[in-house]
Ligand binder design. Structure first.
Ligand code: FE
Ligand code: CA
Length: 533
């Protein structure tokens, strides 16, 4: 059925009255017409932003949609009234064997988004879901519950992905993720980019897609909502969301470039930046398939959390932005004593204690730290130039808070974490690294591995050729792979080994490029380090 064929219900006052009266909602003899959600007539197909699922548990997951018949307008084309949305979860893709169903109210206060926490399902199974509103029907999404706690599991297949600057490339990598039928996707952040519409990119190259000219920088809730609507209107991204659950997290661009805790590096007044955080987190919540526990409270959001994949993996999703120390040193690439101060942190004290507890309780084979910015030390001298005399560390990454990193390394050792795997993004490069027990000795014994997923589209068409590659590898002996193509990392995890495949699309300046595996590494359980395959 094409979108224009879908029946649209007109606002039916009699149905409305009956519903309100039937529910006994009267005051002074008058039905409370505004008390319950109303069936509304939509100006166009209301499920224009697709569907999504996330936060899988052994007995359920969150299903999400947002009613937006005119997605790029500030209201999404919805009146301020609530609208009723019905949802169904079925055992089959044809939605014949419906197992759970219900009604939810899409409210203007949350941009007419709907987050349903589905419960009572079986562990380790595929399910399908869809929504209806005003006579229109959404696409059908697939999701999968986690295995039962402690269950013996033979395999986990998932993707790690993020950095999807809309104007810099097509979301072909999302399309390819959608074709992989993953257990879930770990999204490390940079789901949107907050900058104003431009005609060319930072390097003066033409953009693959041009944002509407009235898209200024995201500062208010309306700005962030419109930005998410632009991104979520993309059919490739919708296909990925419909294919499996996401574990969303955020990095800097969901709020502002390189922000740290209560400040952005442009040193705007504190109040202005916190107001921006209120708007940014509200819009993030509205557009992500996350639980009610992630509903922001003013400028604060609770985003670090843990998942278990049977007895195979324990997953800690970290928040490396909200509680970190302010940027150290004078430049983004720099080195100075301040970066090594013992009080510096990326997680904050409470999250550090929480992570230690999670690692202590972990009994899976693999311990996954799903997070945003580079964990390992990396000397950037040959990335940024031709190798000056001074060490150049990226102050926006864990190198800017080495004491905080040392505390996490100590935790991994003290809790006898058998097989730590750190997942990262942010750098728009694919990278594989061995995590040194002593970051000052990058070639020394390693305690685990770090896989950086490259960007979905940020920085536009990539290349296999890395400038100064030989010098970069010489300077960084723990770095085993470096690539600047666009794509994602596919992880295939079993009790005996972890395989990471660096997946690359050949082009993002035009849609529909094929995908290939550029490089694979294996980690054997119990033997930290990368094995070339
Ligand atoms: Fe990015
Ligand atoms: Ca980033």
């Amino acid at each position: 059925m094409s979108r224009s064929d879908r029946p649209l219900f007109a606002l039916d006052r009699r149905t409305l009255l009956k519903g309100a009266l039937g529910a006994g909602l009267t005051a002074g003899g008058w039905p409370l017409l505004c008390a319950g959600p109303a069936r509304a007539q939509f100006k166009a197909f209301p499920f224009s932003l697709g569907v999504a699922s996330g936060e899988p548990a052994p007995d359920g997951f969150v299903i999400w949609t947002r009613l937006a018949p005119e997605p790029l307008t500030p209201s999404g084309g919805m009146p301020p009234a609530p609208a009723e949305v019905t949802w169904e979860v079925a055992a089959d893709q044809g939605m014949q064997r419906v197992l759970r169903s219900g009604k939810a109210s899409a409210r203007a206060e949350a941009a007419h988004s709907v987050h349903v926490e589905v419960e009572g399902l079986e562990p380790g199974r595929d399910y399908f879901y869809r929504f209806r509103a005003g006579g229109a029907e959404s696409a059908v999404g697939r999701s999968r519950t986690l295995p039962a706690p402690g269950a013996a599991v033979s395999q986990l297949r998932f993707a790690s992905a993020g950095c999807q600057k809309w104007e810099e490339g097509y979301f072909t990598a999302w399309r390819r993720i959608g074709e992989e039928n993953f257990d879930f996707v770990v999204h490390y952040g940079d789901y949107i980019y907050e900058a104003a519409a431009a005609a060319v990119d930072d390097r003066g190259r033409p953009l693959s897609r041009v944002m509407p000219p009235d898209f200024g920088p995201c500062l208010t809730l309306a700005d962030y909502r419109r930005r998410y609507a632009l991104y979520k209107g993309d059919p490739d991204l919708q296909a990925a969301h419909a294919s499996c659950a996401f574990l969303p997290s955020f990095d800097d661009h969901e709020v502002a470039n390189n922000w740290t805790a209560d400040a952005d590096p442009k040193k705007k007044p504190l109040t202005a930046f916190l107001s921006r955080r209120v708007a940014a987190f509200q819009a993030w919540y509205e557009h992500m398939p996350v639980r009610r526990s992630a509903l922001p409270r003013g400028p604060d959001i609770s985003a670090y959390r843990a998942f278990c994949f049977g007895n195979l993996a324990d997953i800690a999703v970290l928040d490396t932005r909200q509680y970190r120390s302010h940027r150290a040193c004078a430049e983004l690439f720099d080195s100075c004593k301040q970066a090594e101060a013992p009080e510096r942190t990326m997680l904050g004290a409470a999250q550090e204690r929480w992570l230690a507890d999670i690692l202590r309780a972990a009994n899976g084979t693999w311990q996954i730290l799903a997070q945003q910015v580079l964990f390992s030390r990396l000397d950037w001298r040959f990335f940024t130039g031709h190798g000056g005399a001074e060490l150049e560390l990226r102050m926006d990454a864990w190198d800017g808070a080495s004491a905080g990193r040392n505390r996490v390394l100590k935790m991994l050792q003290e809790t006898r974490s058998a097989n730590p795997v750190v997942l990262t993004g942010d750098l728009h490069r694919g990278m594989a690294m061995e995590i040194s027990a002593n970051p000052d000795d990058p070639g020394g014994p390693c305690v685990g591995v770090e896989f950086l997923a490259t960007s979905i589209s940020s920085d536009g068409d990539g290349s296999r050729n890395v400038r100064n590659a030989e010098a970069i590898f010489r300077q960084n002996p723990h770095l085993k792979f470096l690539n600047v193509e666009r794509g994602y990392t596919r992880h295939v995890v079993t009790p005996a080994r972890w395989q990471a495949d660096f997946r690359a699309v050949q082009k993002v300046s035009t849609p529909g490029a094929p995908i290939l595996t550029r490089k694979s590494f294996v980690v054997e359980a119990g033997r930290p380090g990368l094995v070339d395959v």
